[in-house]
Ligand binder design. Structure first.
Ligand code: ATR
Length: 524
């Protein structure tokens, strides 16, 4: 079930939020600690004002008045808090009331009021520091009275903590009983576990009426429409294949939107989650536990993940980085789809330039529309992205001029690539300044920009602002936010054919998706 946590200051505001999401939620939680004092008298009548959900029945409600020690906003003392809980229960309309573990044994009047009206007690435990010892036992009912529903909201601080969390909830589940429980992993590290809550035997997962960036009831919340439509929460079962993207930071990655939409449109039982990972070794352990069938890798783990792979293909050794991992019968196998993602749009641009000009571009072989052999390229930058780009161009038979602010770094990159690709020895290295303008003119069939210059928020940045285009260059910027960088705008104005990094993102994501899809289809 998807539960909408209501943190409005007024009942009316909360009711509006419910109406907005009624199509995708199963119950609501009134966080009465967020209400203005003037709204509190209405708390007992709130359940009867809640609108119907998608099945036509009024949505059930949880009553919660959270104290500051548990992350709540209540600031008027414990006596007043219990008074408000008691007032709310008098109405008899709540399906559940949330009472913390630390008031157990001192809350008899509240429990009696709840029992009288058939309101179930959720017995909640909060840990904002980490994963408490004894989590599995608590979820199994240790210290929780008969009939109460244990709820643990805990905080994995890193990948190893997320492993401990998953081990605890799995152990509680394996202990056998079908006792209802609620598990919540807070924060961005815990986010995947919120989407997989149902798999861990959790009665529900909490969402907030917000977009990703706004303040929410608790760290890690997303809005229920995203949980329902993008992550397809109601459809996730034990059989759903789990994929994800591993990075740090990763919560703003576009990959979950891309891959979940494709899984949905292909009707595949699979979900793709953002994993904020600080420790690749612990993530690999998590991959076995969940299990995970495949994952994308982004900054800063594209190299760190390689030692954990059983096998890598040539694209990984070329790029010195891995961005795609899938499971086969024996272990993890790594690929690099950045190489294909980079080359395909370039081949298209070269072919299109040849078509328009009625001839092959300068230096290119006349055979094969997509042939790059014999062309000359200038690559700007000498970081991780440049490494994949230079290796790919050399393999295609393109002569490369490498420009970088720090010349020694470009020389190191060239020498390192030369240990695998002898053609790299011929790569010319020069500083990224106007002294290199004439070199670019000589090596400018293709110009590839691989630095972060021009990337939001630096939208006026142009890494080669000292260079005047002749108009015959194919200019490729691998930056994709914004889709058209200042460099591409200037190149297009000079008559150049341009290639946006957006195309590279989409092609590499498509190449990844084809592998993930294959894994799901083979498992069917
Ligand atoms: P990535 O993996 O995305 O390529 P990286 O390995 O950190 O990132 O490499 C960043 C590249 O952008 C480098 O070529 C860097 O130049 P230096 O090697 O001289 O540091 C380049 N870069 C970043 N900001 C730059 C700037 N303001 N001016 C010039 N080059 C810049």
């Amino acid at each position: 079930m998807i539960c909408l946590s209501l943190t409005g200051k007024t009942i009316a505001e909360n009711l509006r939020a419910i109406s907005r999401y009624a199509f995708c939620i199963d119950l609501v939680e009134l966080r009465a600690d967020f209400l203005l004092p003037t709204e509190r008298p209405e708390v007992d009548r709130f359940p009867s004002a809640v609108p119907a959900g998608r099945d036509g029945y009024r949505l059930p409600a949880i009553l919660t008045v959270r104290a500051p020690r548990d992350g709540g906003k209540w600031n008027e003392g414990e006596g007043e808090r219990r008074h408000l809980l008691s007032h709310g229960l008098q109405g008899g309309g709540y399906a559940y009331v949330d009472l913390e573990t630390w008031i157990a044994g001192e809350d008899e009047s509240l429990r009696t009021a709840a029992a009288a009206d058939g309101t179930a007690v959720i017995r909640s435990l909060h840990d904002f520091e980490g994963i408490p010892e004894g989590l599995a036992g608590f979820l199994g009912g240790d210290g929780v009275a008969a009939g109460e529903i244990p709820k643990a909201a805990v905080t994995p601080n890193g990948s190893a903590d997320l492993v401990r969390f998953v081990e605890a909830v799995t152990a509680a589940r394996a202990a056998g009983d079908s006792h209802p429980r609620i598990v919540v992993a807070m924060g961005s590290v815990g986010f995947p576990a919120r989407v997989l809550a149902g798999r861990f035997g959790s009665l529900l997962t909490f969402c907030s009426p917000i977009s990703h960036d706004e303040v929410s009831a608790a760290p890690g919340h997303i809005d229920p429409a995203t949980m329902h439509d993008l992550y397809r929460y109601p459809e996730i079962t034990e059989h759903t294949a789990v994929f994800g993207v591993v990075g740090n930071p990763v919560m703003h990655s576009r990959s979950p939107a891309y891959h979940n939409e494709r899984f949905a449109s292909d009707g595949l039982d699979a979900v793709y989650l953002p994993f904020e990972v600080d420790d690749p070794a612990a993530f690999v352990r998590l991959g076995e536990l969940l299990p995970i069938q495949g994952f994308s890798v982004t900054i800063p783990h594209k190299q760190a993940v390689i030692p954990f792979l059983r096998e890598v293909d040539e694209s990984v050794s070329d790029a010195g980085a891995c961005n795609t991992v899938v499971r086969d019968g024996l272990g993890w196998v790594g690929f690099n789809s950045d190489v294909t993602g980079f080359l395909e749009p370039l081949r298209d641009a070269v072919a299109a330039a040849g078509t328009v000009a009625g001839a092959t571009p300068a230096g290119a072989t006349p055979t094969g529309a997509a042939g790059l052999r014999g062309m000359r390229a200038t690559v700007v930058g000498a970081g991780g992205a440049a490494r994949a780009v230079v290796s790919a161009l050399l393999r295609e038979g393109v002569a490369v001029l490498l420009l970088n602010r720090t010349v020694e770094r470009a020389e190191r990159l060239r020498d390192e690539i030369a240990t695998r690709l002898p053609a790299a020895a011929a790569v010319r290295v020069a500083p990224l300044d106007e002294s290199s303008a004439s070199l670019i003119a000589e090596s400018g069939d293709i110009i590839v920009q691989t630095t972060s210059i021009g990337m939001e928020p630096d939208i006026d940045g142009d890494a080669i602002d000292f260079y005047r285009f002749s108009g015959s260059e194919i200019v490729y910027d691998i930056v994709y936010t914004p889709e058209e960088t200042a460099l591409l705008r200037r190149a297009a104005a000079a008559g150049c054919r341009t290639v946006s990094g957006r195309l590279m993102f989409e092609r590499q994501a498509d190449a990844q998706y084809q592998r993930y899809r294959q894994v799901v289809l083979l498992a069917r």
